[in-house]
Write a protein that binds this ligand. Sequence first.
Ligand code: ATP
Length: 714
Amino acid sequence: MGCICSKGATITKNRGKEKESKKASSKRYIASSKREEVVVEVDNGANDATTRLISTENAEKSAGSTPPSRDEGNKQPAVLENSVVPQIPGRDTNGGGMSGGQPQMSRIFSVRNGVDGAQAVAGWPSWLTAVAGEAIKGWIPRKADSFEKLDKIGQGTYSSVYRARDLETGKIVALKKVRFVNMDPESVRFMAREILILRRLDHPNVMKLEGLVTSRVSCNLYLVFEYMEHDLAGLVASPKIKFTEPQIKCYMQQLLRGLEHCHSRGVMHRDIKGSNLLIDNDGNLKIGDFGLATFFRANQKQPLTSRVVTLWYRPPELLLGATDYGPAVDLWSSGCILAELFAGKPIMPGRTEVEQLHKIFKLCGSPSEEYWKRSKLPHATVFKPQHPYKHAVAETFKDFPPSALTLLDSLLAFEPECRGSTTSALQSEFFTTKPPPCEPSSLPKYPPSKEFDAKIRDEEARRQKAVGNKGVGLESYRKGSKESKAVPAPDANAELPASIQKWQAQSNAKSNSEKYNSEEDGGSGFPIEPSGVSLNKGRLVQNGISRSSLNMDVNEAGAHISWSRSGAESRMQRSNKPQGAAAQLSRFSNSVAARGSSRFDLSREDSAHSQWMDERLNAKYDTVSSQHLLGGTSSSHKKDEKAVTGGYVPKNSRIHYSGPLLPPGGNIEEMLKEHEKQIQQAVRKARIDKHKNTKTYADNGQTESLLQYVGNGR
Ligand SMILES: Nc1ncnc2c1ncn2[C@@H]1O[C@H](COP(=O)(O)OP(=O)(O)OP(=O)(O)O)[C@@H](O)[C@H]1O
């Protein structure tokens, strides 16, 4: 792959050799700096990825001299060396797509801008080097045409994931194509954080970033990962799979070991859920998707966003608005996974933050009076239940083995300090009592069962049912039917416009593969299997929408709903305007963590969020007429239409709230009742609007499902 360290590339630094090289290749050029001359050899075409970038730091190290300081290093010219890419029959040494006999061009230039310039020379696009220099430091990009894209295997909110063949090694890999909005520097920076974090981690239970694919002229970036056949959400959702205790122990052990490594490297994942736990055919589990992960420090001064972790797996401190939290958030999510593996389905599928907290109280009990007194969490006064809830874990899960319940109790402790650590969890008697965890290699070989596949299956089942006019699968899910297992968790940021794209992209239930779409790929030039069927982008898949929350924003007058947006989030929204009902319905889907505030507001993690919370607390939901919940279209709302369809709403004219809030002292049950009423009214309004505007909108499937779901009095 592109990682120099992994290839042990050599360095051209010796002047004698340099002369030799000059003889051997007239294309070589010497770029000089005050300190020394360095050899630069670049081909100027599509094959630029074959140049190797060796940062001065590495060069110095390899040369046995003292490495310069980081700052110095950045000022030094980097050394580029012709790559030693193995020859593949029929391909040129550069492994690129120029093997068709096209001449290779070279040009002469000097590297004037230190590492930045060298990175450009190495083939990195300027939009990337400008803001993500640190993340790509020491690496060179792979060329898109050194991979054969096979089929689409996953769809995240910010990415599409493809199975592909590495044409240089023959290995099957996963390519995660990151979606950028107009090359917005903040979204690039966000992705850079994911790359930096992935490069910091190295553990058998953590997905390894094997390389990056882009080119100087590309607008795309692909992250290359080892290919994993399954994810845990898909396996849990499969009606045919029921895990045994040794198997559950095996998965949990791997999860906790991977997390232990992350936490020991100062990284918290912040989005542990089944679909982010990838499993290969040898039973190895690897934690993936570090898109919401962040570095943490013991005495962290900088507040963090509480809008992370997919709702069903989100710990109470985040629901209560904590901005000073730690790796214990991942332990809570792991507790949810542990129970899910035994129960065969997610244990707390809340639709709103309010409902989620209510489910937590009902299962784990509400904390003591003492806790509420000392809690300084922004929402503590609002969400404190009037009557205490008793702890009901053992009662709810009476079939679980006792040692599992002990571990579960600790992981699902309301107060993060009581959850222990990954290390203490790994030492728990759950792993030492019989039966012991099985070996990963002894786990069954499952048929393909990604959450993505489950969604497709579920969608198909829903369609079938809809045809028979029998209501949605979610109903049967609630009754615990097998089919219903195939309902995935909402995404950690389902409210974002990208989620609309996500549902759109998933809409073709029949095909996992995708035709080469030059527009989408920005002409990246992946060879693609001819059998691919293009996705029907005109329809939306409903899945998840019906179980997501009402997390809406109203403008100051309470006259209209807009999405919760700040900073770059708004920018993203502007450039991804979901229209009409899609925009309206998307507001129902923002049940969970907003990557926006972290993904696109990195630098402000997360003062914007604190403000959001403050605003939220000031919001008076009863000023919002239900007819506004789905963004009415009457003329009086015209001025807010921009907000509804994705226009920027100045921060000071937005009020945000997540589900109805009562003033302090309110009762959570009443809140929930009122909440349901609001949803139903909104849906009735949507039904009317839908009939009026059916032809206008492209998301009928989604509207339909929401109506079916909530129409039953849900
Ligand atoms: N290495 C891999 N091998 C196989 N499939 C993968 C791999 N990485 C990701 N996937 C699939 O692609 C899906 C989306 O990937 P990922 O979660 O990294 O993207 P994301 O945009 O961050 O997603 P999300 O919005 O769910 O957080 C995963 O749920 C998984 O099914």
